[in-house]
Design a protein around this ligand. Structure first.
Ligand SMILES: [Zn+2]
Length: 403
């Protein structure tokens, strides 16, 4: 090893190589500060007098699985110009850290895809140090998220564990960046976001949310000019949930023979008909079982077909056409004689406008839904991340994660 190699391999600027020793599988480089770095750390004057100093042991980048250390004498100097008595500045160390900047960068890139405990073993650092490095760098990366140029957003909740704990996430639909993470769900979790948004004078054109009234009401209050779109996937899921409830209710009330027919149809009911009749992979037996169950239960039959019809709403060619289609759907539901459908119709009539807004802004929370899976995996793999600030940073960072 030479001075030049220390510089090129380890980023050790201003260190003269002296010698190497080896102990317990670790290589220890001994070095001294180059003369050109012996200057006042306050006024940078070179007119200084050496006055003792300290030895420090600094962690370096590993070579494969071998750990490297630097034993460095850091001189203290008295400045003739400003009078300060200080240790000279070591360019490759940040403050009083015991590892080089190069090692910190390496830890950061490894932490992006390896568990922290593995990075710690690889680099010969403690888990806490690795976490600290990762957190600081993420903090710098996400220091200021600019809201000024945000136009379209999605708001959704993600369940992060039991007992039912939630986070509310706001996503920029154009860049995929996480704009806000709030604890819990509902309007309260968005408070900080509105505050920040107000300062930036951003012009949000459209928002996609689920039908949880908390978010819708909050958007209406804080962004009255913005187009509010009810997320189509949530709406389809809502219909499926209603259908499942209806099936359960019918099964409870049914005769034994009918009960048999309803058995095992839950998934068939929520699966789109197209899937059952798929040309490549038709599920004939499933389709017959479903049809039998539907034939025997009129309310279920009506609800099932209305569910299928609603899912086709978004394939209409224009907003006009969709409006007609939805109106006719609502009439059918109102007149169905099935209490569940009547209630759904009443509810959807109230938000009809927001459902149809999709034809002006074809946005959805789909991106956010996919992201929710990533968040859950992250929290599972990291046992919940107890440090909330760090957890939020890692969630923001997920947009750069490939899986
Ligand atoms: Zn000075």
């Amino acid at each position: 090893m030479s001075t030049s190699q220390l510089y090129h391999n380890q980023g050790l600027k201003g260190v003269k190589y002296l010698r190497s020793t080896y102990a317990e599988g670790i290589t220890i480089y001994h070095g001294a500060m180059s003369d050109s770095y012996i200057k006042c750390s306050k006024c940078y004057s070179r007119k200084v007098i050496r006055s003792g100093g300290v030895f420090r042991t600094i962690k370096l980048l590993p070579t494969g699985i071998r750990h490297n250390l630097l034993r460095l004498f850091i001189p203290r100097v008295v400045c003739k110009k400003c009078g300060a008595i200080r240790q000279v500045t070591v360019p490759f160390l940040e403050g009083q850290r015991s590892y080089t900047r190069a090692l910190a960068s390496f830890v950061f890139s490894m932490s992006q895809f390896l568990p922290l405990k593995d990075v710690a073993v690889l680099c010969g650092l403690s888990w806490d140090t690795v976490k600290q490095i990762h957190k600081e760098k993420l903090k710098r990366k996400f220091k200021r998220i600019k809201l000024k140029n945000v136009h379209q957003i999605a708001i959704d909740e993600v369940c992060i564990g039991r007992p039912r704990k939630f986070l509310t996430i706001v996503l920029d639909l154009e860049t995929g960046q996480v704009l806000h993470i709030g604890r819990g769900k509902g309007a309260n979790a968005l408070k900080g976001f509105w505050r920040r948004l107000k300062h930036t004078k951003a012009k949000i054109q459209a928002v996609s949310t689920d039908m949880a009234s908390g978010y819708m009401a909050a958007v209406r209050e804080h962004l009255p000019e913005t187009v509010l779109v009810i997320d189509r996937f949530h709406l389809v899921k809502y219909m499926n949930d209603k259908l499942t409830t209806l099936r359960r209710q019918l099964a409870r009330e049914a005769e034994e023979s009918e009960k048999e027919l309803l058995k095992g149809t839950r998934w068939l009911l929520v699966t789109g008909r197209k899937k059952l009749e798929d040309k490549k992979n038709p599920r004939e037996a499933d389709r017959i079982a479903l049809d039998k169950a539907l034939e025997a239960n009129e309310p279920l039959y009506i609800a099932y077909y209305l569910k299928e019809e609603l899912a086709a709403l978004w394939s209409k060619d224009s907003k006009e056409e969709a409006k007609k289609y939805l109106d006719s759907w609502l009439t059918k539901a109102e007149e169905s004689g099935v209490t569940m459908l009547e209630k759904v119709a009443e509810w959807l009539t109230g938000v009809k406008f927001n459902i149809l807004n999709w034809f002006d802004y074809q946005i959805s929370s789909g991106k956010l839904e996919a992201f929710n899976g990533k968040i859950r995996r992250l929290l599972k793999n990291t046992c919940g991340l107890r440090d909330q600030e760090y957890m939020f940073l890692r969630i923001q960072n997920l947009m750069y994660a490939k899986t």
